[in-house]
Design a binder for this molecule. Structure first.
Ligand SMILES: C[S@@+](CC[C@H](N)C(=O)[O-])C[C@H]1O[C@@H](n2cnc3c(N)ncnc32)[C@H](O)[C@@H]1O
Length: 343
């Protein structure tokens, strides 16, 4: 009989799995599921390439048991929040990483002091309602960029210096800027224009509190890092979901410049080596990407990737299909994994 509960999106076996199917995974790491007691935390950002629409497809490749969970390309963390809300991450380590210092700075500041972020966001929301355009450009040019420049001068991993005021501005600019983009110019200044939203939801206080609560759980780590660093600690049985900037299927099809330097063919090759290495190590890996020819060559048609147990499956996803983001259509994407699909 079909599972009609709130967590019915995944096969029941994902949620209460057989104990002996992964002898290498210690008992403490097996998935146990309990329903959430308060409203579940959801992504607090709109993020280019966010994976909300793909969640049912991704769920087919969530292993029945696993050790730690890791997302090296965190963005808005759609799969992390989904797994968390379903109790799939209870009692286990979760390592959430991205190399965008502003993004990680905002995650850290919300975890640390959600009430201060909420207070600052409420002030921004009030000013935005009075005069959207003036408020947006004042915040962007007179407050956000100068405050970032101060942090940047410190060098190193400056996400840790993000305070509640900067995090609130980051969330505000994300909710009200054009398509929620995060784009820096050559001088490293955030330069996204204001978006056209009649009534943007700027401050979702209950969700920010819920986000802070789940991120404060023991075992949850949020850090600014490059995806390669997962190789330094991942153990057999861990589950790693890679959602990199997609390889463009045409010269204009994809937005890949989340941070200066973008994510070029060489980065896709380095990523393939990491994914293959982790699959050989006995980790459960799942990767989403476009069906660009180089991705087919790196995974679907690649002898080394196939020998490591990786299989590439084409799935259909609804995406913005032009540069204005207004028009949407179904496009094929790859899900690449060594976890057998649960259909
Ligand atoms: C497609 S988005 C991830 C979207 C995310 N899954 C979600 O649901 O919102 C890709 C992310 O990779 C990050 N990124 C780009 N290059 C990176 C690198 N070399 N190491 C780590 N993260 C990187 C970007 O900052 C961006 O947040």
């Amino acid at each position: 009989m079909a599972d009609t509960t709130e967590r019915g999106r995944y096969p029941l076996s994902v949620l209460s799995f057989a104990p002996d199917d992964m002898p290498n995974v210690p008992a403490r790491s097996r998935v146990t599921v309990s329903p959430p007691s308060s409203p579940p935390a959801r992504p607090f950002l709109k993020w280019a390439g966010g994976k909300r629409q793909l969640l049912p497809q991704l769920g087919r490749f969530v292993p029945q048991s696993f050790g730690a969970y890791c997302e090296p390309f965190l963005g808005s963390g759609a799969l992390y929040f989904d797994l968390e809300s379903r109790g799939c991450l209870e009692g286990r380590r979760a390592v959430l990483m991205d190399n965008n210092p502003d993004l990680i700075g905002a995650w850290l500041a919300i975890r640390q002091d959600p009430e201060a972020v909420i207070r600052a966001l409420r002030r921004l929301a009030t000013a935005h309602r009075a005069d959207a355009k003036t408020t947006y450009y004042r915040v962007r040019d007179e407050r956000f960029n100068p405050a970032r420049a101060d942090l940047l001068e410190r060098g190193g991993r400056w996400s840790e210096g993000y305070n509640a005021s900067l995090a609130a501005m980051f969330v505000y600019l994300n909710r009200t800027g054009f398509n929620g983009l995060f784009r820096l110019n050559n001088a490293g200044r955030f330069n996204v224009p204001v978006g056209r939203y009649a009534n943007p939801r700027i401050c979702d206080a209950p969700n920010l509190r819920a986000v802070s609560t789940v991120l404060s759980r023991p075992g949850v780590e949020v850090r600014e890092d490059r995806f390669e660093s997962v190789c330094e600690w991942a153990m057999p049985g861990d589950f790693i979901y890679f959602d990199p900037p997609y390889a463009p299927t045409s010269a204009t099809a994809s937005f890949t410049a989340y941070t200066p330097g973008g994510f070029d063919v060489d980065a896709q090759r380095r990523l393939q080596m990491v994914v293959v290495e982790l699959a050989r190590r006995g980790c459960h890996v799942l990767l989403s990407n476009s069906t660009a020819p180089e991705i087919t060559a790196l995974y679907a048609d690649n002898v080394v990737a196939r020998a490591a147990g990786l299989r590439a499956v084409r799935v259909s996803a609804r995406r913005a299909i032009n540069s204005r983001g207004g028009s949407r259509g179904a496009v094929d994407e790859y899900l690449i994994s060594n976890v057998p699909s649960q259909d």
